[in-house]
Ligand binder design. Structure first.
Ligand code: PLP
Length: 528
């Protein structure tokens, strides 16, 4: 394909992409494809083409063969997992990134890749109200890096945590480095290391422990505590690990768990963890962390609960549930100064297309001393000067994509106020849905909330007594009303593509739609 052919092909592809997004926004596609497993192979040749094909031959296959097999994450009716908010500025960033293809593992491999990444990560640290410790210019040597996924960020951190723990122990015991005694001690300790997370934390911590070659234990949570970690449960788990001869070296605390967006209350857990100063504290805020762009999340009003008071007063909180889990940051972001690392995914909720996972650390040395390997072919005078960042030492792979571009484009195109507006709109969607569950006649009869709505998520379930009610209502006149609702719904539009004002309208539609989709009595009865 030469430049002229590319120009034509690219224009045609962009038209295709715009058409696709418009169709998805207009609900032209059902969210799930209706194909069967193995649908694609019979439609494609058994072997790769021997001879070149033209774009005119290739492009139509997108519509005829690929789109029918897509799950439409951008659809306003998509309500699984987490939002996927791709936007046009983000797509443009991907285009340039692909055009510049530079696996910029060292600063020298493309200084702009590294320097832009450092700059946008600092912008975002400020925009998310993170402590200045996480900025690249912090005296403690903190900084941020873009990873492909939260799972990748977490396993990377777990390896750094493991190495820091082992070496701190050996240093404390005065074992020379290197020395055979140290190696023997490390081998012994390694077999006892245990990582912790709550039973609600994302499975990436369990997987990270497998990859890091350590044990993993969970802290039990309860509905009484809104599925957040209670300090007593944490203390009990830590004590049990130690009684079992294990060495707790790492903990994931969640700011927004996958199932219900529970928030482990750092202000209550920090006093427990202070007694275990070698444990690395990581905050996994994969989805909810981007809400910190709004001051009302980053600096929620003082609400430090009665449990905190009970603890400082010496009255045991053991019999008290966390009456009102106030979230990770009830005392503002300063509480985050006690954690070692923090991750959040822009590709979940902040208008950047997959993949863009932000990872911040308080000490880059923890990462680089665990992960830096420097064969001759990676050495250069800039690295030796100590004046540049080589992100290869902050991650598992060597090569890396130019992801900072799409983040840069999104932040500039929307402005921080646009990002805040997006978060607030989508939170309102969740609140609207919760209202319909708790306040509407249909909602109250058929559904109940599982946990308090959190961020944009409303978790509700069918009431145990809803089945007989729904069956009765199925034959009633109400069915006619719900059919009307379905028709209204099918005309609605929704997409994160467009201006803030357009999106406002979209969000209102999505809100209505989300609620209606979940609230169809007839549908509920049929599903049962
Ligand atoms: N952490 C939380 C809280 C999540 O909800 C998820 C995924 O939904 C992950 C981590 C893993 O994300 P990723 O797909 O970026 O690895």
């Amino acid at each position: 394909m030469d430049a002229d052919e590319f120009r034509k092909a690219a224009h045609a592809a962009i038209e295709d992409i715009i058409q696709y997004n418009t169709n998805v926004a207009n609900n032209t596609h059902p969210v799930l494809p209706s194909i069967k497993p193995g649908y694609l192979a019979p439609q494609l040749p058994k072997a790769a083409p021997e001879h070149p094909q033209s774009w005119q031959d290739i492009q139509p296959d997108i519509t005829s063969k690929i789109i029918p097999g897509l799950t439409h994450w951008q659809s306003p009716n998509f309500m699984a997992f987490f939002p996927a908010c791709a936007t046009y500025p983000s797509i443009l960033g991907e285009m340039y990134s692909s055009a510049f293809t530079a696996p910029a593992f060292n600063w020298l491999c493309s200084p702009a890749c590294t320097e832009l990444e450092t700059i946008v990560l600092d912008w975002l640290a400020d925009a998310l109200h993170l402590p200045t410790d996480f900025r690249s210019d912090s005296p403690g040597g903190g900084g941020g890096v873009i990873q492909g996924s939260a799972s990748e960020a977490i396993v990377t951190i777990m390896v750094a945590a493991r190495e820091r723990y082992l070496h701190r122990k050996c240093d404390a015991e005065g074992l020379p480095n290197p020395s055979p005694e140290r190696d023997a001690r490390i081998a012994g300790l390694r077999s006892k290391l245990v990582a912790l997370s709550s039973d609600q934390a994302h499975s990436s911590t369990a997987k990270g422990a497998i990859i890091a070659g350590t044990f993993h234990r969970t802290v039990k949570t309860s509905f009484e505590d809104e599925l957040a970690v209670h300090p007593d449960a944490l203390e009990a788990t830590l004590r049990k690990c130690i009684a079992d001869g294990l060495e707790p070296y790492y903990i994931t605390l969640s700011y927004g768990t996958t199932s219900t967006c529970a928030q482990d209350p750092l202000h209550l857990l920090a006093p427990v963890l202070q007694n275990y100063p070698d444990i690395w504290i990581h905050i996994d805020a994969a989805y909810a962390g981007t809400a910190l762009v709004c001051p009302e999340y980053a600096n929620p009003p003082e609400g430090a609960s009665s449990t905190t008071e009970a603890m400082t007063n010496g009255t045991s909180p053991s019999s008290q549930p966390l009456q009102k889990p106030t979230g990770l940051l009830p005392q503002g972001p300063s509480i985050l100064c006690q954690v070692d690392s923090f991750n959040t995914n822009m590709h979940k909720w902040l208008l950047v297309s997959f993949d863009a996972s932000l990872l911040y650390v308080r000490s880059r040395r923890d990462l680089t001393s665990a992960l830096s390997v420097s064969p001759a072919y990676l050495q250069n005078k800039h690295t030796d000067s100590g004046l540049v960042t080589d992100y290869r030492d902050w991650q598992i792979p060597l090569g890396r994509r130019f992801r900072a571009l799409k983040i840069w484009f999104v932040v500039r195109s929307y402005g921080i106020e646009g990002l805040r507006a997006h978060i607030r709109r989508t939170v309102r969607v969740g609140e609207h849905c919760a209202k319909l569950v708790t306040e509407s006649k249909d909602g109250k009869e058929l559904f109940e909330l599982v946990t308090k709505p959190a961020f944009g998520l409303t978790c509700f379930r069918i009431r145990p007594d809803a089945i007989p009610r729904a069956l009765v209502r199925r034959s009633s006149a109400l069915d006619a009303n719900s059919t009307e609702n379905v028709e209204t719904e099918s005309t609605m539009n929704g997409s994160p593509f467009g201006t803030v004002e357009q999106q406002d309208e979209v969000a209102q539609n999505q809100s209505k739609q989300q609620s209606l989709t979940k609230m169809q009595p007839t549908q509920a009865a049929e599903d049962l």
